[in-house]
Write a protein that binds this ligand. Structure first.
Ligand SMILES: NC(=O)c1ccc[n+]([C@@H]2O[C@H](COP(=O)([O-])OP(=O)(O)OC[C@H]3O[C@@H](n4cnc5c(N)ncnc54)[C@H](OP(=O)(O)O)[C@@H]3O)[C@@H](O)[C@H]2O)c1
Length: 235
């Protein structure tokens, strides 16, 4: 029987690339999206590429109450779910320094990248645990880079990374069958960064394929922070 994955923010960008390549490697895919038209377009596109898309489910991470409905729908329609990919995310305002960051921006970015992501994960944990499932977060490192440090984005992702660490530890301590890990895809050309394509950036197909390889590698990655493109330090 095929394994079932739910990818949030799968209508475009890295999420679409992950959905495509997990699908092409044998997974049944549920597209997570927050707009009906965008979702249906992505479903059509994925199907035309040969992906076994079994449906799409509404996910609006800013509205934690609606996430109960998201989880209910998944439980009812797709009780065989074994993988949640927490991919959906927003950049916040990357043009300002800490002093000029608006509170509204901090709140919104935290709400989507951390609070909503945590709420959805928490709601789907019982089903995933029952199915010996996994949770994979798409993120950036918590360490502060001297070159790039947009406050709203990095704090929201640091909170998400802490969530991963805490959950992984608790799963191990409780002997739970659940696994959680985080992946930094590295710079990827998407709407999130205005489709920047500087040297070192990858496209969504390349990243999606590598993500699928990692997820399908048959190894445990409990509690790991995986760099999809590890930085090679020169001596
Ligand atoms: N691109 C990079 O260089 C890079 C590097 C490291 C990590 N990441 C991470 O990779 C993930 C995907 O980013 P991307 O670059 O592919 O960006 P993207 O092309 O902008 O896609 C973001 C996805 O998230 C969805 N989304 C945004 N706000 C949402 C909300 N409130 N509720 C539910 N879904 C929401 C979007 O849906 P709509 O289409 O409806 O807006 C879209 O499907 C993010 O978590 C990002 O932080 C990206």
């Amino acid at each position: 029987m095929k394994k079932i994955v739910f990818v949030t923010g799968a209508n475009k960008g890295i999420g679409f690339g992950i959905a495509k390549h997990l699908g092409l490697s044998g997974w049944q895919v549920i597209v997570g999206a927050r707009h009906c038209e965008r979702a249906e377009l992505a479903v059509e596109k994925l199907k035309s590429l040969g992906v076994d898309v079994i449906g799409w489910v509404n996910v609006e991470l800013r509205d934690t109450e609606s996430l109960a409905q998201t989880a209910k729908e998944i439980n009812e329609k797709y009780p065989g779910l074994t993988l949640l990919v927490n991919n959906a995310g927003i950049p916040g305002d990357m043009s300002v320094d800490a002093q000029h960051t608006r509170m509204e921006d901090i709140r919104e970015t935290l709400e989507v990248n951390f609070v909503g992501t945590f709420a959805l994960t928490q709601l789907l944990m019982p089903l995933l645990e029952q199915n010996h499932g996994r949770i994979v977060n798409v993120t950036v490192p918590s360490e502060i880079s001297p070159y790039w440090h947009p406050l709203a984005y990095v704090t929201s992702k640091a909170a998400q990374n802490a969530m991963m660490g805490v959950m992984a530890m608790e799963f191990q301590q409780k002997g739970s069958s659940l696994e959680i890990f985080s992946v930094h895809p590295g710079p990827t050309t998407t709407d999130l960064n205005g489709n920047m394509a500087l040297p070192g950036f990858h496209d969504i197909d390349t990243v999606g394929e590598k993500m699928a390889e990692l997820i399908n590698d048959g190894l445990s990655h409990q509690g790991e922070f995986v760099e999809l493109y590890p930085i090679v330090k020169e001596d």
